[in-house]
Design a protein around this ligand. Sequence first.
Ligand code: AMP
Ligand code: MG
Length: 494
Amino acid sequence: MSSAASAPRIAFDDLYARELDELCVSWQPATPPAPQLAVLNERLGAELGFDAEALRGPDGVALLTGAAVAAGSNPVAQAYAGHQFGFYAPSLGDGRALLVGELLDARGARWDLHLKGSGATPFARSGDGKAALGPMLRECLVGEAMHALGIPTSRALAVAVTGEAVARETLLPGAVLARVAASHVRVGTFQYAATRGGPELVRRLADHVIARHHPTAAEADNPYLALLDSVLAAQASLIARWMQVGFIHGVMNTDNMTISGETIDYGPCAFMDAFDPDTVFSSIDHGRRYAYGNQPAIAAWNLTRFADTLLPLLDEDYDTAVGLATELVGSFAGRYDARWREGMRAKLGLADTEPDADGLVEDLLTLLRDQRVDFTCALRALSSAVRGTGPGPRSRFDDPAAYDRWAERWQAALAREPGDAIAVADAMDARNPIYIPRNHLLEEALAAASVGDLAAFAELLHIVSDPFVARPGHERYAEPAPDTFGPYQTFCGT
Ligand code: AMP
Ligand code: MG
């Protein structure tokens, strides 16, 4: 074996650990007894400067599972607090995860490499620090699907089995997920800094994330107000994108909301089939706090918690600071709404200037909800009506007459637009996915994976990684679950 194949020579940086020592604990990963790769994301590896062959070799597998720590790497468990289902937990932190280090890609962008399931840390409380294969594969697949849908997200570089069983309700194969994100700084990281360290620590954390994620804020008269503004914008855009594909995060606690504007922590998440704003899949979300339709309001609530931590930096005078923060956080709903409407108009092929656009979006969603029509299928089918090659989603409605009335109005709006129908239909197809990680397909793939057969998982991963292009012969992947499936419940994924 060449030296390139045996040693993934990557230099890790540890900027976070150096700048924010109080917000992390140096810690070593547990040694898995018999690590073996289940999934390797070669394309992502290449973007980060890894050689795929080297990652598949023994040193690569050791790096991806924590069996060995790369030279120069200073792994840390990151501290954070968080509101979980509305209740404040002052000390959460990476109980079973480690920040291995930061990588700089060819463009100079900084990425965290994190291991999840790499053993109990000082933040583990009663947890075992381990992860089961199913939930790590789930995080891998949903993250890749989100990325392919154009939605900012952490991504799996690899999933490996550890060769060890983990005890959940039954014994399950243990696994480690190696994931990459622009950073893992959360609203909960700011909450921890505020309660443990006070304004000076919050300022250092804020300076760190401004430099990393929101650099234009540094030039503003009030950089911390500009940081809040920039995070609000990033989250308004992120949540609108979730909503436009029917994604339900399931556990939008403040410790699971990033400052970078990426989606992280795929636990009980799932995609909605039939359109219904009340949809909840998570078995522990009894109050329906994190239902599909609540996500924008919950994001605003979480961002208010973020703003709370910044108050001492916004102005010397407390009342002035509260006034500034209140006004800015109050703009979230409108900003979210603008992003949502913009995206939905594009999904319906309507121009920004179309006066009936918002009404058409709203009325279509009401029809979908009333007739329990699949959100993804209905939206994707619209373009065939624009091309004149099909009836659109008509056949999916129990009462097609109601759809026909809507479609007549929609066609009238399309006719008001300049430009070519084919170009409009193509643009719609680039916005309306055919393939999302359907719950029944994902469960089927994970069940096979849990007994060692990864073929269905690999196939599903392949399909959701290219969600806008039809694959003849794969129609089953584009259809909602059969009526025999469900009611579907998801679990927190430990
Ligand atoms: P999550 O619900 O995945 O966002 O995790 C919430 C908190 O529980 C975080 O502090 C995790 O690190 C911690 N946690 C979850 N599962 C485990 C586990 N098996 N061992 C230790 N800590 C865990
Ligand atoms: Mg979490």
